[in-house]
Design a protein around this ligand. Structure first.
Ligand SMILES: CC(=O)N[C@@H](C)C(=O)N[C@@H](C)C(=O)O
Length: 713
C-alpha cells in the first residue's frame, strides 16, 4: 500500500527523472566542440584572407583566397595546450602570415608572460612566428609581441621588453633591437613607403610620439607636450600624421564618485617640420569623453583627405569624418545603435563595421555587418536578417567582404560575400563536428523588463522544451562589464563559451535568463556608463535583482529554485545576489568574481601615496565597501560553488581566497574548484569543460536536490 510519503517520493523521483530524461539530449563536450573563428584579416592586395580557429583548445591558422575561398589549415598545432594565437597578419603581397603564439592578451596585467596550463617545467614563451601563405614549416622569428609587417613584406617590427626590435620575415637573420628609449614603447606603425616607423613612448605621466628612421638617424619627437599623445596614424603620402591627445597624469586629485568629462582631442602634425595643429576637441560632456568601446578612438586617415574616428558624443558609439585640415565632423552613422569592429578598407574609401541595427526589431540584441563611405552619411547594413555577423574585412582587391557569421543554433564560421550586395558563403562548415547538437539548441527569446529605478533591461530566455510546468531557473550574468550577450552565438570566445553553457543548462531542463545589465554595451551611453554603478554604489545589481523577481513571477518557473551564475564581473554580481538576496536566489556558481572592491588596486585613492586627497576620498572607501559582496556576508545563506584559476591576470585569485575564508567562517554551504595554472579565460579547453560540467552538476544537485528533498517531506 502506498503511503503518502512513498507516493510523494515517487512523484519527486518522477519529476527529477522527467527533468533529467526529457532534457538531456547532448553533452557539454558536444555543445562546446564548435570550431571558434577569430582574428579575421586580409592582405592589402589581392584576395587572400587568414583567420584563427580554436578547435577544442587546438588553435590554428587557416587561410583562403578568391575566387574559391577554400579554407586551408597552415599551422600544425594539435594539442589543447593553452597557447593562444594573436596578431595574425598577412603581408601586403599575401606571401607571408605572421602571428604571435602564447601569452594572455585578454589580461589586465602580465599579458606577456607565458601561459603554463600543462605545468611544464618552464612556461612557454610569447613568440613571433611566420609561415608562407602557401604552407610549410612555421619559422620562429623571436620572442616578442605585437608584430607589424613592413609594406614590402620583408621585415617584421615588434616589441620585446618594452622596446622595438626587427627581424626579416623569412628568419634569415637573428632579431635585433632597433633602438632603445626611455619609457615603454608601443603602437608601432610603418610609414606607407616603409622608410620610417612611428611609435608612442609612454613615460608614465606623459606619452610622446616618435619617429625612427634608421640606425644612423637620431629619433625625432613630434609635438612633445605634458600630455599623453597616442594612436598615431600616417597620411597616405607619409608626410603627415594624425593622433589623439589626452591630458597628462597629474593635477589636484579629483572626486572619484562624481562622473567627469574625460577630455580628448585630435591633432595633425607635419612629419618633416614637427609642426602640430589641433583639428578637433571632443565636446566637454560626459558622453563626449574618451570612448570606452571596441577599438577606442578608431582613428584613421582615410581617402579624400578625411580623418575618421569614433565618438560616443551623441549617446551612441558612432563614426565621424572631417577634413584633414579640421572642421565640423560629419556624423556618418546616425541612429540608436552601436558600431564595433571598425576597419578601413584597403583603398581607404570605406569603413566596415558591426552594428546592432537592421531590418528586424530585435536587432539591438544582435550584430550585423555594415559599411559607410568615408565622406558620406550613407550607411548600408549588408547582412540584415535574424542571423548574427561581425568583424567584416574588405579584401585587398576590393571585390569581397570576409566576415564571421552565426545563428542561434549554428556556431560562428568565417564567410565571404561580394563587397556591397550578396549573401555570405560559409567557409569551413565541415569543421563543425558531426556530433555538434545544432538541431537541439533552442532559439533564445528576447525579454525586456523595467527596473524599479526606470532602466530598460534586455535579456535572453533559453526555454527548455517539454518537462514539468514549473521549472528550475538560472540567471546568467556576463562579465566585463562592458559586454553584451546576444540572441545567438557571441563574437567573444569567452561569451561563446557562456552561450554554449546556457544552451546545455537549458537542455538539462533549466530555464536560463541571460541578463544584459547596465554597464553593458549596445544600449547607449547612459546605460553603459550609469550613475551610482560599480564601486560607486553597485546600481547594476538592481538589474540582477529585478531579473530574479521577473523569473519568480513567471508561470513556468518554480520560484523556490532560482539559481544564478557568472564569471568575473558576473561572478561579482552572483556573489552580490547570494549575499543580499539568498531568499530569492537558491544557489549560485561564482566564477573568478570580484568580492571586495576596497582591496582592488584601482582604488588607490582610498590609500593615497600623497598628502592631497580627493574631496570624497573617505566616502569612496565606504561606498566601495558597500558595493562589495563581502559587506553582506552576514545575510548570505544560499549554497555556492566558487571557482577560480590561480594564474588569473584579470581578477586577483585572492578575491576568491578571501571570500572562501569568510564563508567558511560563517558556515555557508560552500564548495570550491581551483583550476591550477589557468588564467581568467580558461586557455585550456579541458579546463573550460571542467568548469562548465562542475557548474551544471552543482545546479542539478542544488536545485533538483531541493525537489528530491521536497518530495521526501
Ligand atoms: C576588464 C576585465 O578584466 N573585467 C573582468 C572583471 C571580467 O569581467 N573579465 C572578462 C570576463 C570580460 O568580459 O572582460
Amino acid at each position: 500500500m502506498f503511503s503518502l510519503f512513498r507516493l510523494l517520493g515517487c512523484v519527486g523521483l518522477l519529476s527529477i527523472a522527467s527533468i533529467v530524461s526529457y532534457a538531456q539530449s547532448f553533452s557539454l563536450e558536444a555543445v562546446k566542440s564548435y570550431p571558434f573563428p577569430a582574428d579575421l584579416t586580409a592582405a592589402a592586395k589581392g584576395s587572400r584572407i587568414a583567420w584563427t580557429i580554436n578547435e577544442q583548445g587546438k588553435r590554428n591558422i587557416y587561410v583562403a583566397e578568391g575566387p574559391s575561398y577554400t579554407p586551408r589549415k597552415i599551422t600544425p598545432y594539435s594539442k589543447d595546450d593553452g597557447q593562444e594565437l594573436t596578431s595574425v597578419t598577412l603581408s601586403a603581397d599575401g606571401q607571408w602570415v605572421v602571428y604571435v603564439r602564447g601569452g594572455e592578451h585578454g589580461a589586465n596585467w602580465d599579458e606577456h608572460l607565458g601561459v603554463n596550463v600543462d605545468g611544464l617545467p618552464f612556461a612557454p614563451k610569447v613568440e613571433i612566428w611566420a609561415i608562407p601563405f602557401k604552407g610549410g614549416e612555421p619559422k620562429r622569428l623571436s620572442e616578442g609581441d605585437y608584430p607589424v609587417l613592413s609594406p614590402n613584406g620583408k621585415t617584421v617590427a615588434f616589441l620585446k621588453g618594452g622596446q622595438p626590435w626587427s627581424v626579416p620575415v623569412n628568419g634569415s637573420e637573428p632579431a635585433k633591437m632597433l633602438f632603445s628609449t626611455r619609457g615603454t614603447t608601443h603602437s608601432l606603425e610603418w610609414s606607407p613607403d616603409g622608410s620610417q616607423l612611428v611609435f608612442v613612448s609612454n613615460r608614465g605621466d606623459h606619452s610622446l610620439i616618435g619617429i625612427y628612421t634608421n640606425a644612423q638617424t637620431p629619433l625625432r619627437w613630434l609635438a612633445p607636450s605634458f600630455a599623453h599623445d597616442r594612436s598615431p596614424r600616417w597620411s597616405p603620402n607619409g608626410n603627415n600624421l594624425v593622433f589623439v591627445r589626452t591630458p597628462g597624469t597629474g593635477g589636484a586629485p579629483d572626486s572619484v564618485l562624481v562622473r567627469k568629462h574625460r577630455p580628448w582631442s585630435i591633432w595633425r602634425v607635419n612629419v618633416a617640420s614637427g609642426k602640430a595643429t589641433q583639428l578637433w576637441q571632443a565636446p566637454r560632456t560626459l558622453a563626449g569623453s574618451v570612448p570606452a568601446t571596441n577599438g577606442g578612438f578608431n582613428l584613421h586617415w582615410a581617402a579624400q583627405n578625411r580623418i575618421v574616428f569614433l565618438s560616443y558624443q551623441d549617446g551612441w558609439p558612432h563614426l565621424y569624418s572631417m577634413p584633414s585640415t579640421g572642421g565640423t565632423p560629419l556624423l556618418l552613422t546616425p541612429g540608436a545603435f552601436t558600431t564595433e569592429h571598425i576597419r578601413l578598407s584597403p583603398d581607404r574609401q570605406w569603413l566596415t563595421f558591426s552594428v546592432n541595427v537592421g531590418s528586424d526589431p530585435q536587432d539591438l540584441d544582435r550584430r550585423h555587418v555594415a559599411r559607410v563611405p568615408v565622406d558620406k552619411a550613407e550607411m548600408e547594413v549588408l547582412t540584415p536578417g535574424n542571423g548574427l555577423e561581425w568583424t567584416p574585412v574588405v579584401t585587398g582587391d576590393g571585390t569581397s567582404l570576409a566576415l564571421i557569421s552565426a545563428t542561434a543554433q549554428r556556431p560562428p564560421l568565417p564567410a565571404v560575400m561580394p563587397f556591397g550586395k550578396g549573401i555570405p558563403t560559409l567557409l569551413g562548415e565541415s569543421l563543425i563536428p558531426a556530433n555538434f547538437p545544432q538541431r537541439s539548441l533552442v532559439t533564445p527569446k528576447q525579454v525586456i523588463y523595467q527596473t524599479p529605478d526606470g532602466f530598460t533591461v534586455h535579456a535572453q530566455l533559453f526555454e527548455p522544451t517539454g518537462g514539468p510546468a514549473q521549472k528550475p531557473a538560472i540567471i546568467y550574468v556576463h562579465g566585463g562589464p562592458m559586454r553584451q550577450m546576444l540572441l545567438g552565438w557571441n563574437y567573444s570566445d569567452y561569451y561563446a563559451n557562456a552561450y554554449a553553457t546556457n544552451q546545455y543548462l537549458a537542455s538539462l531542463g533549466f530555464a536560463v535568463l541571460s541578463v544584459n545589465y547596465r554597464l553593458g554595451i549596445g544600449y547607449g551611453f547612459e546605460f553603459h556608463q550609469p550613475a551610482g554603478a560599480n564601486t560607486s554604489g553597485a546600481a547594476e545589481y538592481i538589474d540582477i535583482k529585478a531579473a530574479g523577481d521577473w523569473l519568480a513571477k513567471q508561470s513556468f518557473v518554480d520560484k523556490s529554485r532560482i539559481g544564478i551564475y557568472g564569471g568575473s564581473y558576473g561572478g561579482y554580481l552572483t556573489a552580490m545576489a547570494l549575499a543580499k538576496d539568498s531568499n530569492l536566489f537558491a544557489a549560485g556558481v561564482d566564477i573568478h568574481g570580484v568580492h571586495d572592491w576596497t582591496t582592488d588596486r584601482t582604488l588607490s585613492i582610498t590609500a593615497p601615496d600623497r598628502y592631497e586627497r580627493a574631496p570624497d576620498a573617505d566616502l569612496v572607501g565606504k561606498i566601495a565597501w558597500e558595493s562589495s559582496p563581502t559587506a553582506y556576508i552576514n545575510t548570505w545563506t544560499s549554497p555556492v560553488l566558487i571557482i577560480h584559476g590561480d594564474d588569473d591576470r584579470n581578477v586577483r585569485f585572492n578575491q576568491s581566497t578571501d571570500l572562501v575564508r569568510r564563508l567558511e567562517a560563517k558556515g555557508v554551504d560552500l564548495e570550491t574548484l581551483i583550476i591550477v595554472n589557468d588564467t581568467h579565460h580558461w586557455m585550456k579547453h579541458a579546463n573550460s569543460l571542467k568548469v562548465g560540467n562542475a557548474t551544471a552538476a552543482y545546479f542539478r544537485k542544488k536545485l533538483l536536490e531541493k525537489t528530491k528533498a521536497g518530495a521526501g517531506e
